[in-house]
Design a protein around this ligand. Structure first.
Ligand SMILES: C[S@@+](CC[C@H](N)C(=O)[O-])C[C@H]1O[C@@H](n2cnc3c(N)ncnc32)[C@H](O)[C@@H]1O
Length: 798
């Protein structure tokens, strides 16, 4: 390679890496063309057709590079390019947009590169032959820029295609489905169908080209100077819209000017090389993820080499998999998730219930004290032996052992534990597995998003008197022997079932979920213990409490060694033995935060913790102003504790996502309707647009992504440096650092405003469900169609 061409290449590369390639494509091509010393006439022609020329020349050269020796392959590729490019050209003429031509042309070309194989079949050959003549014409141009020859080539090729294939009357989408089905089966007819589809597209293209040639001014740049007036309907009237490139003036009958935004048509999302996984909620990065992370992160702007791309794809798959199935990190080797297994266990339980049902069919219902009206299970078996014969294997044992088998080092190694053991402490640790991995925020087992909480068991876990609490109001007495209708007495004949160790620990595991709803406890025990027995047991026993507290202390010490999770955390709740929160023992107090309802101190003190967060009573429910304590403390309202109607929908509003309380967007995922489209501010990049009007301070969307530690953030920042594009969110004061590069929500496409322009949104850390999240909120009233813009700068919320 000569020195001159090397220089030119490095110049091009510099230009391409410093800016988006699509933006500079034209410049690069122009320079290349000028270097060829075009004649005045050629140059004039190029200027006229520059976008079209630019695209076709690039495509042509690239194809030649891909297959220099294989003429047939080249032809097949040309055929594909022809199809795509005719469509793009027609479209761009229709929309009068050279930018569209460039960007779509580039995208189309990228997708074509991936095909890289010859299309077999008689039809192809036929088409190729008929195109050959035109194609040779093109070659005869000695690779010079002959825009008009090229144009002729495209349109006559379209015509030839149409004529050679003849007319058929199948629906396009039907054909497409059929083609896919055939292709899967490997039937060669799939190719025929593909060309039928091609033919139809080309017919449509021809129609469009002919129509637009007639109706749209020939000069490509005319639309900036001449208004293109088209009739549209607006508010029920036929009026005229004048396009000025970006905004449209609508001349109403009263000559009032209304501006509307013309949004670009989005064909595909930008996921060519830099793939990203859409997330529903933040994803906590673990050691396992970091191990899987590919070392080579491709640059967004760079043409990624095939081998790097393959490597990336290969290394990305386990990440995506573990992201989709976060609980899989515990049972990955077996190929099934923990949830699936839990589901299996539940299924098994159901079959036990059914079995128990059928076993009992022959017996009169009256032989049992009561029958649960919902499950038809006996509340109290005639004898404990009988109860055990119904359940061939203890279901709680099963759940526990299954849970423990699936666990990695994070859960206690219970395989050595004999389930028949009378060892009280061993059995207790079994119960703790259930208790520890039950997420109090998500109300699921091993949710994958939150750390298991180490909650000390309070001294007084059972209330002596039966409180008519919320759950008990919802659950009517379960039968004549129900606790509700009895008096607690050790003499009561209903307390005649033995409490095995296993029962005791199951009881401990579930009490925090069911509280004093003894009827639900009875349901869990499937007839082994009545609700009365559960209540009596709660009142009379204190062994479990004492042991649990001691055991809990031990476990807490070991836990820090065992926990494999990287310290990438949202706020960790306070967790201490004593009831009172002091700056020594309470992490909330240390971080200058109020204790949340999820903090164990709320349970220990039965909601009377002095540092309890103040919840709001905003009657009108707006909760978006300084009068709402939740809003001012940057905390979302809580439907359980706030009196602002955060838990109900606004009856006067029709839309589902309209809630009376506006300060609950992240929790409810009540984001606005947003779309990704080519940005107005980041030229050549993508942006986030709203499809509906947004009021000032309203929640727009959450900035979601991978939660990473500060160190990991620094590491990633370095690796993304060369890409000149960042999806990291971090504030100097923030506890949470988010990377939305590879996993995120639509919000990752939100851009910054141009210099000296105010943003229309701002980002803010918000505390919801005890976790920190990043919300994007409207800084002013925003109209539908506007681009969402907020400042990325560290430390600035607005
Ligand atoms: C979170 S991404 C936004 C999405 C991005 N526009 C895209 O195409 O994927 C942030 C990056 O967009 C670019 N960007 C954002 N605002 C911009 C602006 N006003 N002008 C130019 N580039 C901008 C910067 O490269 C920045 O690192």
């Amino acid at each position: 390679m000569s020195q001159g061409s090397k220089d030119s290449l490095s110049q091009d590369k510099n230009l391409l890496t410093s800016q988006k390639p699509l933006n500079v494509l034209e410049k690069v091509l122009q320079r290349k063309l000028l270097a060829r010393e075009l004649s005045e006439e050629q140059r004039a022609r190029f200027e006229r057709w520059s976008p079209l020329c630019g695209f076709v020349i690039t495509v042509w050269h690239e194809i030649h590079k891909l297959s220099p020796n294989d003429a047939k392959l080249e032809e097949a590729n040309v055929l594909r390019v022809l199809y795509q490019s005719s469509f793009i050209i027609a479209d761009s003429i229709k929309y009068n947009s050279s930018a569209k031509l460039e960007s779509e042309g580039h995208a189309a070309f990228n997708s074509l590169r991936g095909l890289g194989k010859e299309i077999p079949g008689e039809t192809v050959k036929k088409i190729e032959c008929s195109l050959k003549e035109v194609y040779e014409n093109l070659l005869a141009t000695e690779r010079e820029i002959r825009a008009e020859a090229l144009w002729e080539f495209l349109s006559s090729a379209a015509k030839t295609l149409l004529e050679s294939l003849g007319e058929q009357k199948l629906r396009l989408d039907y054909l497409w489905d059929r083609r896919e089905a055939l292709e899967k089966e490997g039937v060669s007819e799939a190719d025929l169908l593909f060309y039928e589809i091609l033919k139809r597209r080309i017919r449509r293209i021809r129609e469009l080209v002919q129509y637009n040639r007639k109706t749209i001014p020939q000069r490509q740049d005319s639309f900036t100077r001449h208004e293109l007036v088209v009739p549209v309907f607006w508010q029920g009237q036929r009026i005229k819209v004048a396009f000025d490139g970006r905004f449209s003036k609508i001349h109403t009958p009263k000559d009032k000017l209304v501006f509307v935004t013309r949004m670009s048509n989005v064909q595909r999302l930008p996921s060519e090389y830099f793939t990203w996984v859409p997330l529903r909620s933040n994803y906590r990065v673990t050691h396992a993820d970091l191990k899987n992370e590919p070392i080579v992160l491709p640059l967004i702007d760079e043409q990624v080499q095939e081998d790097i791309y393959k490597k990336l794809k290969k290394s990305e798959s386990p990440m995506i998999h573990s992201e989709l199935y976060p609980e899989n990190s515990k049972g990955q080797e077996e190929g099934t998730s923990l949830s699936t297994k839990l589901f299996d266990i539940c299924n098994k339980l159901v079959s036990y219930i059914l079995k128990a049902d059928s076993n009992n069919e022959s017996e009169p219902v009256s032989s049992y004290s009561t029958v649960c009206p919902e499950t038809y299970l006996p509340r109290k078996a005639a004898s404990s032996n009988e109860a055990e014969s119904i359940f061939e294997e203890s279901y709680i044992q099963k759940i526990c052992s299954r849970l423990c088998n699936e666990s990695d080092g994070a859960m206690p190694a219970l395989d050595k534990l004999s389930l028949d053991s009378d060892d009280f402490e061993q059995m207790q640790s079994l119960g703790n597995v259930l208790r520890k991995w039950f997420c109090r925020k998500c109300y699921t087992y091993a949710c994958g998003e939150h750390l298991p909480l180490e909650v000390p068991i309070p001294e007084r876990i059972f209330s002596l008197s039966y409180e008519k609490d919320r759950t008990s109001v919802l659950c009517p007495p379960c039968g004549s022997s129900c606790f509700d209708s009895q008096e607690i007495s050790s003499q009561n004949s209903l307390c005649d079932h033995m409490w095995t160790n296993e029962d005791v620990y199951s009881f401990q595991s579930f009490w925090r979920v069911f509280g004093s709803n003894w009827c639900d406890f009875a349901t869990i025990f499937f007839g082994r213990h009545t609700c009365y027995e559960c209540a009596f047991f709660a009142e009379s026993t204190n062994v479990a409490r004492r042991k649990a507290t001691r055991k809990n202390g031990q476990r807490k010490k070991n836990q820090s060694k065992r926990n494999p999770i990287v310290a990438v955390m949202n706020h960790i709740h306070c967790c201490h033995e004593g009831e009172e929160c002091s700056s020594d023992n309470c992490s909330c107090k240390k971080s200058n935060l109020y204790c949340e309802k999820y903090c164990p101190c709320q349970i220990l003190t039965q909601g009377n913790c002095a540092r309890k967060a103040v919840y709001c009573t905003c009657r009108k429910g707006k909760c978006l102003n300084g009068q709402c304590p939740c809003f001012t403390e940057k905390r979302e309202c809580d439907p359980d504790t706030c009196l602002c109607f955060a838990n109900c929908r606004n009856p006067s509003k029709q839309k589902d996502n309209e809630f009376t309380c506006k300060n609950i967007g992240i929790r409810r995922k009540a984001h606005k309707r947003l779309v990704i489209a080519p940005s107005d501010t980041h030229k050549g990049g993508w942006g986030l647009f709203t499809l509906e009007p947004i009021e000032k301070f309203e929640f727009v969307c959450e900035y979601k992504g991978e939660l990473v530690s500060l160190e990991e953030l620094g590491r990633r920042e370095k690796s993304y440096e060369r890409a000149q594009m960042t999806f990291l969110f971090s504030r100097e004061t923030g506890e949470v650092h988010i990377d939305a590069t590879r996993k995120g929500g639509k919000s990752r496409f939100a851009n910054e405003p141009e210099k000296n322009r105010p943003p229309n949104c701002f980002s803010q850390y918000m505390r919801t469900m005890g976790d920190l999240h990043v919300g994007i909120y409207a800084a002013r009233n925003i109209q539908a169609g506007e681009e969402i813009l907020f400042k990325y700068e560290c430390g600035s919320e607005l």
